[in-house]
Design a protein around this ligand. Structure first.
Ligand code: XMP
Length: 516
């Protein structure tokens, strides 16, 4: 289900931790790119017709026999190639140059002096900062190559053979710490590979719609909607392609944020006129949660029950052939190893939207080759409302893992009210796009307070707000005092059963974003 435009760049994966970043940077330059195993054969490459190849970095050393080497035939195809770090050393080693172990390893920010501008460094400042991370270096360039740049410790930090269009850089242009790296990548893409910056949300939508129609034809497809951006974009794309052949199923487990289920109904049923089955399954979820306090048991029970409800609803729809999923490219790359072994990973993660495998449906995954930021662009292109386009990540088990201890309807209602105030005030303060996640947590302790002339003994609400790039790590968001004050005042005054607010100032690690 890849929307494959004619102009693409393939990134041969030698195991670098920055591979996804290379793919992202190329796409930021509006050229479609994919990561492929380094074992790809020249014949396959001929079929794929990429406009250029990028050989990624990697942890190995080209001086060792067991390290990953590509088929030497890839250098004979006339396709422009850019080798990055290990990728450049491969060129050095395989094309007749010399690669030695560096006497002094170079890591981190390094000053780079450009000796020859053309064509990789065209238009760039000759004195640049770059990010290095290597143990080997090129001692002698291969025949036909010239050296383009050096650093204090590395005589040949970039090289190229303009006749064969083969280029190498010892540093990492894809990382944020090489500030002009994107310009070097653009020089490679536009000038050397002659790509056009044509990878845009519009052409993604057109290609995806064509692809989906071709795959589904007149058959039926179901899609689990969670209200999140990935499943919403998946549903909107498939709906655009096959209209009423799609039925979306939205399972309300009762642990959603306030008003969220209604918003889903409004958007997909009223606005997009999709076939939407909204199931209010809260009663059975609450029943199963009675007495459960362990976080992992909560997740497991909610996951199981979710699939059960989903299957029951799907079975009422008659014969279905396809299941649509919002799998994204990072999940795909993670599940494919650079040795070439590929495994289809069903997005189980810890996501409640994960999948009824035994239903034996064929998968449709229109977002399989795009990144999260691209999904948001596509969402805008499909005219999804801003509350979906910019929705903060929300865990599948919902508020159930933000309520410490037993999850009861009363406690969910209390947290929903407090949470809605946090959302509203952060939105009003114009901070909603700067903060990664922001929400309330309801702990299982009570404390003494005084309201009017009366002593109270009620729950606190924990305000959690974090900044993050990818949820792997986070920092606590420095919310302005006035915003915290407003949130605290409103919660204590408006939410019955709460007499205190506290602000969580823990980063991850050692904390986690969620409390359970
Ligand atoms: P933690 O708490 O591990 O969270 O720092 C990292 C990210 O994952 C989300 N999260 C979940 N998402 N099901 C989900 O779909 C879950 O059970 C779950 N637990 C955590 C969390 O919101 C954050 O974005």
């Amino acid at each position: 289900m890849t929307p494959k435009p004619g102009q693409k760049i393939l990134i041969l994966d030698f195991g670098a931790q920055y591979n996804q970043l290379i793919a992202r940077r190329v796409r930021e330059a509006r050229v479609y790119s994919e990561v492929v195993p380094y074992t790809i054969k020249p014949d396959e490459l001929k079929k794929e017709q990429p406009k250029g190849l990028i050989l990624s970095g990697g942890p190995s050393s080209v001086r060792l026999k067991d390290s990953p080497f590509p088929d030497p035939g890839i250098f004979e195809l006339g396709i422009p190639i850019l080798g990055i770090c290990y990728g450049m050393q491969l060129m050095g080693r395989m094309l007749g140059g010399t690669v030695n172990a560096a006497r002094k390893k170079e890591f981190g920010k390094t000053e780079l002096a450009v000796d020859r501008e053309e064509p990789l460094f065209k238009g760039l400042n000759p004195n640049l900062i770059c990010w290095m991370s290597h143990g080997d270096k090129i001692a002698k360039v291969p025949p036909g190559f010239a050296s383009y740049a050096h650093t204090f410790h590395t005589k040949i930090a970039s090289m190229g053979d303009p006749v064969r269009k083969l280029y190498g850089v010892q540093f990492h242009p894809e990382v944020f710490h090489t500030p002009w790296g994107i310009d070097l990548i653009k020089n490679f893409l536009y000038d050397i590979c002659e790509c056009k910056p044509s990878w845009t949300p519009e052409n993604f939508v057109d290609l995806a719609v064509k692809d989906i129609r071709h795959k589904i034809r007149n058959r039926k497809v179901i899609c689990g909607l969670s209200g999140g951006v990935d499943s919403s974009v998946t549903a909107a794309l498939i709906h655009k392609a096959v209209g009423k052949q799609l039925t979306c199923i939205y399972v309300d487990h009762g642990f959603m944020r306030r008003g969220e289920s209604e918003q889903v109904r409004q958007t997909f049923e009223s606005h997009f006129k999709m076939n939407l089955v909204c199931v209010d399954a809260s009663a059975r979820f609450f029943k199963r949660m009675a007495g459960v306090t362990d976080p992992e048991r909560k997740r497991k029970i909610i996951g199981e029950e979710f699939i059960r409800v989903f299957e029951e609803e799907a079975s009422k729809l008659g014969k279905i052939d396809f299941l649509a999923q919002g799998t994204l490219y990072p999940d795909v790359i993670e599940s494919e190893s650079h040795t070439g072994a590929t495994s289809v990973k069903i997005k189980s993660h810890h996501n409640v939207g994960g999948l009824p495998e035994k239903m034996r449906l064929m998968l449709v995954e229109p977002l399989r080759y795009i990144f999260k930021d691209e999904v948001r662009n596509v969402a805008r292109q499909l005219e999804l409302p801003p509350h979906i386009v910019y929705r903060q990540p929300f865990p599948g088990p919902g508020l159930a893992i933000r309520i410490i201890g037993e999850v009861t309807p009363k406690r969910v209602k209390l947290l929903q009210e407090a949470d809605a105030i946090i959302l509203e005030e952060i939105f009003k303060a114009g901070l909603s796009r700067d903060v990664w996640q922001y929400f309330g947590v309801l702990p299982l302790i009570r404390s003494v307070g005084v309201m009017g002339d009366e002593r109270t003994y009620e729950y606190p609400i924990v305000i959690r707000a974090v900044t993050s790039e990818d949820a792997m790590t986070c920092d606590w968001a420095r919310l302005p005092y006035q915003v915290l004050e407003k949130i605290s005042n409103r919660i204590v005054n408006e939410v019955h059963g709460v007499n205190r607010c506290v602000f969580d100032i823990t980063s991850k690690p050692p904390g986690t974003i969620e409390w359970e």
